[in-house]
Design a protein around this ligand. Sequence first.
Ligand SMILES: Cc1ncc(COP(=O)(O)O)c(C=O)c1O
Length: 459
Amino acid sequence: MSEIPLRRNRAQSRVLHRASAAEPAVAVGGEGCWLIDQDGRRYLDASGGAAVSCLGHGDPRVRAAILAQLDRVAFAHTGFFTNEPMERLADLLSEAAPEGFGKVCFVSGGSEAIESALKIARQHAVERGDLARTRVIARRQSYHGNTLGALSATGNVGRRRPFLPWVMGDVVHVAPCHAYRYRLPGESDTGYGARLAAEFERELLIQGPETVLAFLAEPVVGATLGAVPAVEGYFKAIREICTRHGVLLILDEVMCGMGRTGHTFACEADGIAPDIIVMAKGLGAGYQPIGAVLVSDEIARVIETGRLGLTTGHTYMGHPVACAAALAVQEAIRDDGLVARVREMGPVFERLLREGLGDRPYVGDIRGRGFFRGIELVADRESKAPFPAGAGLWKKIKEEAFARGLICYPGGGTVDGLSGDHVLLAPPFIATEEELALAIDRLGAAIDAALAATGLAAA
Ligand SMILES: Cc1ncc(COP(=O)(O)O)c(C=O)c1O
């Protein structure tokens, strides 16, 4: 085998590629906020891939932890063994979590973690003899993963559509909390949040609360809407309704969690604690595939004293190398004070975005928290009319940005699942002010070029 990675076009490659480029760039290196391809081109990773690389690339502490674990043991099945990094990572997470979250289950990514959360919620109901509780209420315009259970809960129209015949019937979707688009004229944030919570409770009553297992939501909606937090008070009202009706509240923090918003857990900003928190992406920061489900002490008690034993399981759960990497990542984030840094730099990032892009006629909204920011693009700022869906603006932006050495995460269907375009930025927590400014500069140029290439004139 050659030492130098082969550059192959799609016809030559035997990989069923996800990247649409005719000849995908070959990643050969990573340093801090930068990725490097085979030709030595450097790309500023302003979205951490898909909100993954929160620590940046090439951290020597994580490398050392992975190698040290490989020298001890690479794999020992969790049906027989526990392992030290898994135990220590569970300690670290439960110490950082809201009060009363004492137990964690580790899997290999976000979708697996969502599947496990749903199964743990169901098992909790079964062990309590609450057999009628099967239904999940989730939100439109959400993404919870690509496996069939997670996709069933997902409210992203485009990602669900090809698989509709297979998705679970027992999921009901309610409105997302998206003030820029759906708050009524003259309605306050508080009024909007209260209206949505009342709509949720009405749906709960229509379904029959005794049949509803859980409400699943992203505290800050990531890929589908582009970093949309809920309005003040919304999640407090949802929490209260769930508690009153015995419905578990599951928060999907796969993308927005582990410090990305300037809080270790995104729900801290909403002032609530759910019953189950789901994590992935930033947990291992891309150094290893890992996801986790953090459950309340009450759920853990029911499962651990129940008849069934933990019924969700995968071969690679609690993988020692993945846990060692995630432990090193989280220790580095703690030791370097990076969550506090994101909290402090978040307003700087927002200011740079507003200064760099805010006056452009096609920028409808700039939003988000910490290092998790979204820019929604519109054909007309006044009416908020989106660009035509068929033009594929977001895809062109991704291409133009990459050509300018910028990795960002554009998405479509922002308005209703079909039309609308946004760009998500989720830089590593170590990004400097200069790197943030450079990313915004390159993004502005990429959007201009994409608008020109798609023949869309900004209003
Ligand atoms: C909020 C959210 N949940 C779940 C997932 C699924 O995670 P994974 O792609 O690791 O399976 C994603 C992935 O983007 C996500 O953003």
